[in-house]
Design a protein around this ligand. Structure first.
Ligand code: XIL
Length: 468
């Protein structure tokens, strides 16, 4: 596809990122893949404690087309001088805030020895793979499982310099029975990463989903805190020096900005909050810091583009920092969709580049670094009903749709680049379309959300993030 077309078109829409997995969650009959976290999937995830599955046959939301002209704030593709960050080494500093306005975010400094093309936002214009292209910006990561690092080994090694375990470091995977830790699968991933000079993110220590059933059984506040601390201590110490960053707490804030509480649907409620109260969050960060003082500790969540939610996350983080809790960064999952929803009551309605940019600016104003932790871009529009007849297949994933997906990927990458002084990592939630959680629906709904296709070949979306 022509790079020009992509470049042109990305200024045409208002973007959005949307919703997560879920598309789910919202739909009438829910579709969410996996129910965030649920046991829905295929996957090796063994039994998630909670989580329902809902397969996504018909959701409701409706949106038709998007609208939005006027591109993301400012076209500017990073005027900044060279890259920020320390190249693939990964860590940019915790620097302070970025300006919102487009194009001013570049810091100086050279990016880790790679060729920096200042007119291209700190990227390497001659690179042929993702990690070299973005060496001056941030490491490029992928979520892997204990098979995919081998089955997808060639593209993983060629394009990525960071990995995260998609499921193998979750509570139910690492401590299926109290006090008995099973590191085998996660260790394989970490060993693979270290033999290939890749960084490793840890995901995730405390979450409402994918927990073993013993964890909350008969738990008082004190027992649950003790179980949590013991888990964090064992896991973080086991990976000390190998996992450089942890998602310590995942998804604690709701779309309206309130804490995820102990009420509501079983697959959405937090037994952590229900039994301990909001202090479980500070306790978790303190325990992780004690176990590995060098690890970067992240709060991770989805739908960061929703104004009320980003404000809720900001307020919580500000409070934690004021109390001296060791939080170093914010992970924005960024499960996006090909279009925002047109329904004002749908979370995907707010899924725009501008709204995501507000989250980056807000979080980094606290001195925190920001990472994109679970990036993918679904073909399904939040708010639209899909049935078996309208599920996408390889045949109906047309060139036009592929181009549209590419344009939207490019719009978000333009944003990430522009804020490269505070964005210290961009991780995709998978490697290629043949292995994505968005195709885990019981209904059989397939999705094609990544940069590489079912045959591990680069898609137009790959070209779009490489060629601008
Ligand atoms: C997902 C995995 O990709 C699936 O395989 C599993 O069935 C459910 O969990 N937000 C998160 C991730 O933080 O841990 C979730 O991963 C996707 C949504």
């Amino acid at each position: 596809m022509s790079t020009k077309m992509v470049a042109l078109s990305f200024t045409l829409f208002a973007c959005a990122c949307s919703n997560g997995p879920s598309a789910v969650g919202d739909g009438a009959s829910g579709s969410g893949p996996l129910a965030r976290g649920g046991s829905a999937g295929i996957s090796q995830v063994g039994g998630a404690a909670s989580g329902s599955a809902a397969g996504g046959a018909s959701s409701s939301l409706g949106g038709a087309s998007v609208a939005g002209a006027g591109g993301p704030g400012g076209t500017a593709s990073g005027a900044g001088t060279s890259a920020g960050g320390a190249g693939s080494a990964g860590g940019a500093s915790n620097a302070g805030s970025t300006g919102v306005a487009g194009g001013t975010s570049g810091t100086s400094g050279t990016g880790g020895g790679s060729v920096i093309d200042a007119t291209c936002g700190g990227t390497n214009g001659t690179a042929t793979n993702l990690k070299d292209k973005y060496a001056g910006c941030f490491p490029i990561g992928a979520a892997v499982d204990s098979q995919s690092y081998m089955t997808h080994g060639p593209i993983l090694k060629a394009h990525f310099n960071s990995v995260v375990a998609e499921n193998d470091m979750k509570f139910n995977a690492l401590e299926p029975n109290e006090g008995s830790f099973t590191y085998t699968n996660a260790d394989k991933i970490v060993d693979f990463a270290s033999s290939n000079s890749m960084k490793v993110r840890g995901h995730t220590l405390v979450w409402h989903s994918q927990n073993p059933s013993w964890l909350f059984t008969g738990a008082t506040k004190d027992t649950l805190i003790a179980r949590m601390k013991n888990h964090i201590k064992n896991v973080v110490q086991h990976y000390k020096g190998k996992v450089y960053a942890w998602d310590v707490v995942n998804e604690a804030i709701m779309e309206d900005g309130s804490y995820r509480s102990g009420s509501g649907d079983e697959d959405k409620k937090s037994h952590w909050y229900e039994i301990i109260g909001p202090s479980y969050i500070a306790e978790a960060f303190r325990a992780a810091h004690e176990a590995d003082p060098n690890a970067k500790l992240f709060y991770n969540d989805f739908y960061d583009y929703i104004p009320a939610k980003q404000q809720g996350i900001y307020t919580m983080l500000k409070g934690l920092l004021a109390d001296g809790v060791p939080v170093h960064g914010v992970g924005m999952q960024c499960h996006l969709n090909i279009e925002p929803s047109t329904k004002t009551d749908n979370q995907g309605y707010y899924q725009s580049v501008e709204n995501l940019e507000k989250a980056i600016v807000l979080y980094s104003s606290l001195g925190l670094e920001v990472q994109v932790t679970e990036l993918d871009l679904s073909l399904y529009i939040p708010g639209v009903s899909y049935t078996k007849d309208t599920f996408y297949t390889a045949a109906t994933f047309t060139d036009a749709l592929e181009l549209k997906q590419a344009n939207r990927y490019q719009a978000f990458f333009e944003l990430f680049r522009r804020h490269r002084n505070v964005i210290t990592g961009v991780t995709f939630w998978g490697i290629a379309d043949d292995n994505t959680w968005l195709s885990e629906f019981d209904s059989g709904r397939k999705d094609f959300p990544l940069l590489f296709d079912n045959n591990h070949q680069p898609k137009k979306a790959f070209d779009a993030v490489m060629n601008f």
